[in-house]
Design a protein around this ligand. Structure first.
Ligand code: IPE
Ligand code: IPE
Ligand code: MG
Length: 243
């Protein structure tokens, strides 16, 4: 695939959905779908960052996903612990920096340790950033940002007049540029509480494949679609050229 004729988004977000249905369609249990989803994520993330995308945010576990059965939540957390440890070197070799967004509260100690391990091992990598959203919710992120800024005001580190969009952005879980291209697999068309602040002007794409089947070829198709979008940001730009 030739990427020079394509527009490459700076920040891509993926809501990886459909692992359970992928498994059920094959007569497997949901955990097999999560395993296949992880294997796909591992390969796909390197491909995406290889196209020139600088930041890839992946929604892997929402604050709402704790509503699932103890068995499913336990399986997902065990998978995270195992894979972050065994695959840390893979991300180092591919020069990818792994960071996390989400609330640390409610996560098991071994999960937190595995997250810290991979983040620390990859912290000097420069090829691209993989932002893993784990125990992440858009509402909790905005709530936590509000608390951080309120504390800065209370401690007289800033005045109320200094609160602007830039300061809000900097006090999110991670200081990242906006999402340009948001992909949700499995045909579902909703945000499910994913990066509400960062998605304000994202282009949306909803392919009809479950996440384990959303491979490199599917992503390249998505890039062709992104290239055809006319991003106006409130301006007037009907011919695809900037005015
Ligand atoms: C996405 O797949 C993974 C997580 C949300 C953890 P799902 O588990 O939501 O799969 P479906 O939507 O039930 O098929
Ligand atoms: C959204 O998927 C969360 C993640 C992909 C981590 P869900 O499958 O949990 O979302 P809903 O329940 O269909 O909105
Ligand atoms: Mg789902």
């Amino acid at each position: 695939m030739e990427y020079t004729n394509l527009k490459i988004p700076n920040h891509v977000g993926i809501i990886l959905d459909g692992n359970g249905r992928w498994a059920q369609n094959r007569g497997l249990n949901r955990s097999e779908g999560h395993k296949a989803g992880y294997d796909n994520l591992k390969k796909l993330s390197i491909h995406i960052l290889g196209t020139g995308v600088k930041v890839l945010s992946l929604y892997v576990f929402s604050t709402e996903n704790f509503k699932r059965s103890e068995e499913e939540v336990g399986y997902l957390m065990n998978l995270v612990v195992k894979k972050f440890k065994s695959d840390a070197k893979y991300f180092v070799e591919n020069n990818v920096k792994v960071i996390f967004s989400g609330r640390r509260e409610n996560l098991r100690k071994d999960v937190l340790n595995a997250m810290d391990y991979i983040a620390d091992l990859t912290k000097n990598n420069t090829k691209g950033i993989l932002n893993i959203c784990l125990n992440y919710g858009g509402h909790t992120e905005i709530t936590d940002m509000t608390k951080k800024i309120a504390k800065l005001v209370k401690e007289e580190k800033i005045s109320i007049d200094e609160i602007d969009e830039e300061l809000v952005g900097k006090n999110m879980y991670q200081d990242l540029e906006p999402i340009d291209f948001l992909i949700r697999t499995s045909g579902e068309m909703r945000l499910s509480n994913f990066m509400l602040w960062q998605n304000s002007y994202a282009e949306f794409y909803f392919p009809n494949v479950h996440f384990p089947d959303f491979n490199e070829k599917e992503f390249d198709k998505a890039l062709i679609e992104y290239t055809s979008r006319d991003r106006r940001f409130g301006g007037i730009n009907y011919d695809g050229k900037s005015n």
